[in-house]
Design a protein around this ligand. Structure first.
Ligand code: ADP
Length: 604
């Protein structure tokens, strides 16, 4: 048997997943945007704090020093130096005092100028780059201080080259300017405070020029274009090492910039954080998002695969069921055809059997006819015995009548009448034997039938001096037979025994015994004659087999007996006794009065 499977459509699952991944990939963009916004905010907030801290520090530094010139200008030693500018002692005292003050306040340089701008005393009087004797009248802080204002100025130290913030204040005597006291603050260190961080510092002054920065290459670059006036001022004040500051070029896209304006000094402080700082965590977030998406897809793929396997298994189960059903159907069809074939065969057998039975019947009929043909020749043989008895009774009757013994003569005549009736019955029986119809078996008592048969042969037996040994039960043994047929069978068997005993000297004996069996009755007839010869044992049932002279026997006795017995569903066994003599066993079916009579078994 071959079963064709529907091929399960193989969908390209991983292509579908890849397509899904492509569709879901744009989801990563908002993830990136969100992460960017988050980290930028974070960085902004962090830098805002750093910036505020730095600005506070810077302003703190500047404010601490901006009041100093005014206060220091009131010191007697300072004023003395101005009053007695020619007195080396007064100047020396001023120098020393200013140096002490510098040390105490942490200022870079403190120096004192006369109204011409000449430095009279200075904290660095003893050093090689001493300001003493130099003129700073061109410096803006000097000019502003002389105008009565607080002078402010950013610039490089003329000799030191260090960046500093200068506060200048006039020393006055009433309305009169005596001189100007200047405190210079070192700003280099505020730059160094910044340290080595990825975030960069950028402080621009009022010209937009970078004065403080954590990136050395940005220093003194112009963050915006300078106009003519501004260039003039720069040329005049020279706050930077160069008169033409180069442009600061910054890639705006690379930096996150926050600024704080210091309005009082017109400076701007900026903190620049490289956006690369944000890129890495954003990349990580996107990678995590991507990995999650991938895991989701894999999980989805796995689910799809499991679902697919499940469907495949269901299909396989369905196919197996279908195959099984098909096989069952095929087997059922096979069985049905086998069944019908068997039915046909049974019918044929029945038909054949009927044919056989008919053929057997016909054969039987033919056999009977031929047997009848041969038996007709021996009717005389069958009738000889009653005829001999009739003759004997008739002779006796004549003699008895002669002697006026009428009653006995009547009795003999009665016997003759009975014998003729029996002869008629024998003839009828022989005719029935040749015809198809059969007599239904009757219930016949065995002992009386045996007595009748013995009576038929009584005279002859007695004349031969044959001793009869009976071993029959008292109770009547009922057998299935026909009364005439049974008597005929028994008479035949007894006559044969007498024939055989005729060849023997005395003592001559006949044993008769019977017993009830489970389903029948067994009658045993034994004589002490010569017994059956070997040939007779084999052929005794054959019609016309005889060892006797033609006058004595026709060889039909046992043939008829056997046929009759078999017709009664009985059995006749022919054998010799171990002690010599014939042993005939007749088995007949029992017909007990109580048992129902199964007539249909015998009627056709
Ligand atoms: P018939 O008596 O006319 O010969 P049967 O058919 O009665 O025919 O007997 C056939 C033969 O069987 C007899 O010829 C005889 O040889 C043998 N036979 C029959 N009965 C006896 C017996 N009781 N003892 C010995 N031989 C027997």
């Amino acid at each position: 048997m071959t079963v064709t499977h529907d091929p399960i459509p193989r969908r390209p699952r991983w292509r579908n997943l890849a397509l899904l991944a492509l569709l879901l990939a744009p989801l990563l963009w908002p993830v990136q945007r969100l992460a960017e916004r988050y980290y930028v905010n974070e960085l902004t907030e962090q830098n805002r704090q750093t910036l505020d801290l730095y600005v506070a520090n810077l302003l703190g530094t500047l404010r601490r020093y901006e009041v100093m010139p005014g206060i220091l200008g009131e010191l007697p030693v300072v004023r003395n130096a101005l009053y007695q500018a020619d007195d080396p002692d007064a100047l020396d005292q001023a120098n020393r005092r200013l140096n002490e003050l510098r040390r105490e306040t942490g200022a870079d340089v403190i120096y004192l100028m006369d109204i011409e701008g000449n430095a009279l005393a200075s904290s660095n009087w003893a050093e090689h780059d001493s300001f003493v004797g130099r003129n700073f009248s061109f410096r803006p802080y000097f000019i502003e201080a002389m105008e009565g204002k607080l002078g402010r100025f950013f610039g490089l130290g003329n000799t030191s080259g260090k960046r500093g913030y200068y506060f200048g204040s006039a020393v006055r005597d009433g309305e009169r300017n005596l001189g100007v006291l200047v405190v210079k603050v070192d700003l280099d260190h505020t730059e160094r405070l910044w340290g080595n961080t990825p975030e960069q510092l950028l402080v621009t002054d009022n010209f937009g020029v970078v004065i403080l920065t954590s990136q050395a290459e940005w220093r003194f670059r112009a963050s915006r274009a300078l106009d003519f006036d501004e260039r003039e001022q720069i040329a005049f004040n020279r706050p930077y090492p160069t008169l033409e500051p180069r442009d600061l070029t910054l890639d705006i896209n690379r930096w996150l910039i926050q600024s704080h304006e210091l309005r009082e000094i017109d400076w701007t402080v900026r903190i620049l954080a490289p956006l690369a700082m944000v890129e890495r965590p954003v990349r990580t977030a996107v990678a995590i998002g991507g990995a999650t998406l991938l895991a989701l897809l894999l999980w989805l793929g796995l689910l799809m695969q499991r679902r697919r396997h499940f469907i495949e298994r269901l299909n396989l189960d369905a196919q197996a069921r279908q195959q099984l059903e098909q096989r069952v159907q095929e087997r059922t069809r096979d069985l049905e055809s086998l069944n019908s074939r068997l039915k046909k065969e049974v019918l044929e057998r029945e038909h054949t059997q009927q044919e056989l039975v008919r053929a057997q019947d016909e054969l039987l009929q033919t056999g009977k006819l031929s047997a009848l043909g041969t038996m007709s020749a021996s009717i005389s043989h069958e009738l000889n015995q009653p005829l001999a008895a009739i003759r004997s009774y008739a002779d006796n009757a004549g003699v008895l009548l002669d002697h006026q013994r009428n009653d006995e003569a009547r009795d003999n005549l009665q016997r003759i009448s009975e014998l003729t009736a029996r002869m008629a019955s024998i003839i009828a029986h022989l005719r029935a034997f040749a015809r198809r119809d059969r007599y239904a078996p009757e219930r016949v008592a065995l002992q009386p039938a045996l007595d009748d048969a013995l009576a038929l042969l009584a005279k002859r037996r007695q004349s031969m001096g044959v001793e009869l040994i009976r071993d029959l039960p008292e109770a009547t043994l009922w057998v299935q037979a026909g009364e005439t047929r049974l008597r005929q069978i028994l008479a035949n068997l007894l006559a044969n025994a007498l024939d055989a005993l005729g060849e023997r000297p005395l003592p001559r004996r006949i044993w008769l015994s019977a017993e009830r069996l489970e389903n029948g009755v067994r009658l045993i007839l034994r004589d002490n004659g010569p017994g059956f010869s070997a040939e007779a044992l084999a052929r005794a049932r054959e019609p016309f087999f005889t060892t006797k002279t033609s006058a004595q026997g026709l060889g039909l006795g046992l043939a008829i007996c056997d046929t009759l017995v078999r017709a009664l569903d009985g059995e006749l066994n022919i054998d010799n006794h171990a002690e010599g003599g014939a042993l005939l066993t007749l088995f007949l079916r029992s017909a007990e009065p109580a048992t129902a009579f199964p007539t249909e078994d015998y009627l056709q």
